[in-house]
Design a protein around this ligand. Structure first.
Ligand SMILES: [Zn+2]
Length: 146
């Protein structure tokens, strides 16, 4: 019987898309737990996987639509990106009702730094001005985090 949570850091395979999606999911969950425990914030997932193209209903018709929010090469389409909503207690009153809308807040850099430390494929969108976006295998990690 397991009577305590055992922290593990397994070597995760990343050869296939399925491998990468499972690795990304695990790493993302670990990031959320770390951020909540360390930065004293709460986190909710906003968009994660965005299927495109996908079927949609238009009245009684079924049509195929393309995602027009993300770029065509978005890692959200592969299930390898997530947008995080971070709820800090900025005024210390215990209330975390509002998520952080300021992409320049230092919390984003702390999250990005921790995310990129978890695996060589982890990339933080803060590098290209998308502070709440984290992904797996997207873009370059050259240079310091902004
Ligand atoms: Zn995103």
């Amino acid at each position: 019987m397991v009577d305590q949570v055992q922290k593990t850091n397994p070597v995760v395979p990343i050869a296939t898309l399925g491998d990468r999606r499972r690795a990304f999911t695990r790493l993302l969950c670990e990031l959320v737990i770390w951020a909540e425990d360390t930065l004293h914030v709460r986190i909710a997932f906003d968009e994660v996987t965005v299927h495109s193209p996908r079927a949609a209903r238009l009245g009684v018709q079924r049509v195929i639509v393309q995602d027009a929010v993300h770029i065509p090469a978005s890692f959200h389409h592969q299930g390898l990106a997530a947008d995080l909503l971070v709820y800090p207690d900025l005024d210390g009153d215990g209330s975390m009702d509002d998520y952080l809308s300021d992409g320049l807040h230092p919390i984003w850099r702390a999250i990005a730094r921790n995310w990129e430390s978890r695996h060589e494929k982890c990339t933080a969108g803060i590098r290209w001005g998308d502070a709440n976006h984290v992904s797996f295998g997207e873009g370059s990690r050259e240079g310091e985090l902004p």
